[in-house]
Design a protein around this ligand. Sequence first.
Ligand code: SF4
Length: 253
Amino acid sequence: MPFLPGLDTTPPPRPRRAARAPAPTEAMRERALVIHGRLCAEYGCPIGYFHDLDPLSELISSLLSHRTRNAESGRAFKALRAGWPDWAEVEAAETAEIEAVIRGVTWPELKAPRIKAVLTAVRERNGRLDLGFLADLSVEAARGWLEAIPGVGPKTSAAVLSFSTLRMPALPVDSHHHRVAQRLGLIGPSVDVGPSHPILRAQLPAAWSAQQLYDNHEILMLHGQQVCFHHSPACGRCVLLDLCPTGQARTRG
Ligand code: SF4
C-alpha cells in the first residue's frame, strides 16, 4: 500500500493510547473559553450536525474528503453507495472500478486501494464491517483503535467519533481550524495538524459534551472559511482582533 501524500497520515503501528498534551495554563484555558464564547455568538451555537452516517460510512467519507472539496467528496461517496450499497461489496470490488467511481476526488488512484485496505483492516480486526462497537469504548480507546489502521490519523479518528451517529466527545482539527488556532496563539507556529489535536482538546473543559466539542471545531472552521482566510485574513472585521497577536501585528500602524 503506497503512502498517500496529504491524507491523514499519522500511522501508529498498533492500538495505542491517544497522545496526551501537557496541561495548559489556566490563562490558556480561559482564553480558549473566551474565543469559544465569541465565535459561538457569531456563528450561532449549537451548530447542526451535517452528517448522520454510521461510523464506518463516516470513516470512508472522511478518507474521501482529504484535500478535496466537500461537494466532490460528497458526490464520490454517493456514487460509491449507489454502485455497491454494501461495504463488503466495495471491499471485494476491483480497485480500478472504485477508482473510476470516485474519480472526482483528489488522488483517486491512491484513495481507491486505501479504502479497500481500510475495509479489510476493519473486517479482520473486528470480525465484521461495523464500527458500532466503538460506542462502548472511551474516546481515548476508540481513537486508539481507529488510529491503529494505517492511514487513519487523529483528524479522521476524531471525525468518525464526532460526526457519525456515535456522537462521541472528540475534537477534530481541520486545516481551517488549525490555521485560526495558530494565528490566535492557541498552538505554536511549528505545531502541525496531527499534534495540535491533544493540545487544543486539553484547553477545553474535560466534561464538555459531544455537541460542545463539535461546536468548537465548527466555529473555528467557519471562522477560517469566512474571516480568517488563508492568504488575506479580514482582521478589521474579526471579533477576535483584541485577542489575536497575528491580527494585532497585521493591523498595527
Ligand atoms: S484577527 Fe485576523 S488573524 Fe486573528 S483570528 Fe481574526 S482574522 Fe484571523
